[in-house]
Design a protein around this ligand. Structure first.
Ligand code: J2J
Length: 540
């Protein structure tokens, strides 16, 4: 087998051999998967979005043409390409073209701005960056201008729509050429980690491991050729991409429908028109759908399953899904690093409503441990560690961090606090990582703190979660001012100007004279959260 991409930790040879021999890794690639589906289901509709309705054969042919065009631009195997597109069919055309030639998409979210994109481009030494012209009231061409000026490796900005001074994506495609594809064990793309550190970590996923996660997901979720999946969450996120998501839908030969927004006014008409059978949401959107009066105005009867994950769904909200929307609920507790847990479609309702399910694969190894990595008593709450055929062994070019984020025997430290029920289901009880889960959007405290510390009037900063009825958690930045405290709005404007994605801008800013300390002289975030909870619940 050929050399692995430098900076990408991989499975030890004995594990890799076992995963192959047991049939988890089947030597498939994404390029070949699409080729096979085009052969077997050529005339079936693969993808619906905007004005497009592409069959598997059409998608496959478009991918060949775009891959040829990418190659003509000089993009080669293993080159990194930052892809930041909204929920449009072209998203899959682009990533499959890159997969087919062994180039590596880096999955950015539409919400990312100069801080994140600049970092992804620089850190991965990206050669190209793919954007829409405008989306959600934002012009990505200006952002690209800024990032391109700062990134010497970045040769191409490819724009879906009006390219301005850049290159139109529509001008790239050309007559197909024969390209040498990647090996199944090669890295296929980089997912983003929710993260807890100063800069986001990149997750290298291989063809072998990700395709296995699709196959197992399709099996658990019973996706078939009859499946019509609505992609309502941001397409690049691991959940709508692979659990089973759009890629799982393709794996099964079904139809994926793209919604440019997850709001009921956009999603419900699509469900009615396309006879959508399954979709995925985060908990706050689930509440919006449950409370929407539009549910009565549209025929949602085709919808059989609503998947909910990304953050903890309250038992109360979970119990409302079936009576209100008339479909089943599936809780999904997953992570871009690998492990995905699902409640099963035929589980008893109480298990579906009160747990976050169980691993999708027999080969997923779980440990629930205390602070010293010692397993807790059965049923006790502890840190979740995991290892398996689709869970990474390390982040991209992050040796020092990997030593902390993985055990010496290769278990990933999820940072989640869980307990196992007697039936073997997981219940997410909390989190040990320094992250705020803002309704499924992950905010790494340290990343925001570092940006705050760059402000001249900030002496120190700590970002913590505060409870929120709608989002579950919101962010609060607690700041020790240097001299006179700046206006909170001025601090937030400063963060925006530094190019931080808006979901990371603090929901609230509090000024204090000092932070509570732990025994070893570190900021006690727990004490901070506790005192905030008290002061926020006491009317002033
Ligand atoms: C509580 N916390 C959850 C849940 C994720 C499927 C579904 C979700 C993700 C995802 C994903 C949770 N209850 N049901 O990649 O394929 C929190 C945990 C976890 C972190 C991972 C998928 N579902 N979480 O959310 O990489 O803290 O992946 O470790 O964005 O989200 O975040 P992310």
């Amino acid at each position: 087998s050929r050399e692995h991409l430098p900076g990408c930790p991989t499975w030890p040879e004995d594990f890799a051999r076992r995963y192959r021999e047991a049939g988890y890794w089947r030597g498939e690639t994404f390029g070949q998967l699409l080729r096979d589906r085009a052969r077997d289901f050529g005339t079936r509709v693969a993808l619906v979005g905007g004005a497009h309705r592409w069959t598997y054969a059409e998608l496959d042919a478009r991918v060949d043409r775009l891959a040829a065009g990418f190659h003509a631009l000089g993009i080669r195997s293993r080159d990194r390409v930052v892809v930041q597109l909204p929920n449009v069919p072209e998203f899959y055309e682009v990533i499959f073209a890159l997969f087919r030639m062994g180039a590596l998409p880096v999955f950015a979210l539409p919400a990312h701005r100069a801080s994140e994109i600049g970092y992804f481009c620089a850190f991965t030494e990206a050669v190209a960056y793919v954007i829409p012209d405008r989306f959600g009231g934002f012009d990505y061409r200006g952002l690209a201008e800024q990032v391109k000026a700062a990134t010497p490796t970045l040769k191409h900005v490819l724009v879906l729509g009006d390219a301005g001074s850049h290159t139109a994506l529509s001008s790239v495609a050309m007559e197909p050429v024969t390209l040498e594809g990647p090996a199944p064990s090669d890295v296929a793309f980089f997912q983003l980690s929710g993260g807890s550190t100063g800069v986001p970590k990149l997750i290298p996923r291989t063809h072998d491991d990700y395709l296995y996660s699709l196959r197992a997901s399709v099996d658990v979720c019973r996706f078939t050729q009859e499946t019509v999946y609505l992609c309502a969450l941001p397409a690049a996120h691991n959940f709508p991409l692979s659990s089973p998501g759009v890629l799982g839908t393709f794996y099964a030969g079904g139809t994926a429908v793209m919604a440019l927004s997850p709001s009921p006014d956009v999603a419900f008409p699509l469900i009615e028109r396309e006879r959508v059978t399954v979709t995925a949401l985060v908990p706050p959107l689930t509440m919006v759908w449950l409370d929407s009066t539009l549910a009565r105005k549209h025929d949602l009867s085709s919808l059989k399953v609503l998947q909910v994950g990304g953050a903890r769904l309250s038992d109360e909200a979970a119990a409302r899904v079936r009576p209100t929307l008339g479909c089943g609920l599936q809780q999904v507790f997953g992570m871009a690093e690998g492990l995905v847990n699902y409640t099963r479609l035929d589980d008893p309702e109480t298990r579906i409503v009160t747990t976050q399910g169980r691993p999708m694969s027999d080969a997923d190894e779980l440990r629930v441990v205390d602070d010293d990595d010692v397993p807790v008593a059965p049923g006790g709450t502890g840190h979740l560690l995991t290892r398996g055929p689709y869970t990474i062994r390390g982040y991209y070019k992050a040796e020092a961090h990997n030593a902390k984020a993985f055990t010496t025997d290769g278990f990933y430290r999820t940072g989640d606090l869980v307990r196992l029920t007697p039936e073997g289901d997981l219940v997410v009880e909390g989190r040990a990582k320094d992250q705020i889960n803002r309704g499924g959007d992950k905010v790494a405290a340290e990343e925001v703190e570092n940006h705050l510390l760059a402000h001249p009037s900030v002496s120190d900063a700590a970002v913590v979660a505060i409870p929120d009825k709608f989002l579950g958690e919101r962010t609060c930045a607690v700041v020790i001012p240097r001299g006179e405290a700046p206006a909170p709005s001025a601090l937030n404007a400063f963060l925006r100007q530094r190019g931080l994605a808006s979901f990371k801008i603090p929901d609230r800013i509090e000024f204090v004279a000092a932070f509570p300390q732990t025994g070893v002289g570190k900021v006690s975030k727990k004490a901070l959260r506790d005192s905030l909870r008290q002061s926020l619940s006491t009317p002033s």
